[in-house]
Every structure is written in structure tokens, then in C-alpha cells.
Design a protein. Structure first.
Length: 105
């Protein structure tokens, strides 16, 4: 049985993943709009402003807490040889990301 803390964390994880998906869809839509021929300068400015806001939101949204939650979810998956390789790969990527982030602060 899951503890209350894990249940709350699981709900938070679900919400964060849903919000991440929504924001990614928004970015994809904006990028598609940028490909529209003959956009006026004001249309370009509006799209770019929304894109900037989305990128800032994604940057703040994809913080260490979300990365840790994803890593925790990955750790809870049943292990077989394929999944173990995936976990090792993801852990390496997470370490690289932390190193890059630490270097930028």
C-alpha cells in the first residue's frame, strides 16, 4: 500500500506531466504558426511573445523536482534487461543535465 506522501506525490506528478503536455502542444502550435507565410510584423511579434512565455514556463516547470519525480517513477517500474538499460541511460542523461545546470548557475 502506498503511503499518503507517495499518493500526494503521485497526484502532483500526474498534474505536472499533464501541464507539461499542454505546454508542449502550445509550443508546437506556435512553431507551426511561425511557418505561416506572409505573417505581419504584429502577428510575428504576438507569436514570438507567446513562444517566449511558453519557453520560460517550460524552463521553470522542468525543474529538479519534476526530474526527480520522473526518475522515481522510472525506478518503480519492474526491472528486466531492457528496462535496466533504459534506466542506466536515463540516469546518465539526468547526471549530464544536472552538471550542465550546475555549470550555468
Amino acid at each position: 500500500m502506498k503511503s499518503k506522501k507517495n499518493i500526494g506525490r503521485n497526484e502532483t506528478f500526474k498534474i505536472l506531466i499533464a501541464e507539461l503536455g499542454e505546454e508542449c502542444i502550445k509550443v508546437q502550435t506556435l512553431l507551426s504558426q511561425m511557418q505561416t507565410p506572409q505573417l505581419s510584423t504584429s502577428q510575428q511579434a504576438e507569436i514570438l511573445a507567446e513562444l517566449l512565455a511558453s519557453v520560460i514556463h517550460l524552463h521553470s516547470h522542468c525543474d529538479d523536482e519534476l526530474q526527480e519525480m520522473i526518475a522515481d517513477e522510472l525506478e518503480m517500474l519492474p526491472v528486466d534487461e531492457k528496462e535496466e538499460n533504459l534506466k542506466t541511460s536515463m540516469a546518465s542523461q539526468h547526471e549530464v543535465t544536472e552538471t550542465v545546470i550546475a555549470g550555468n548557475t
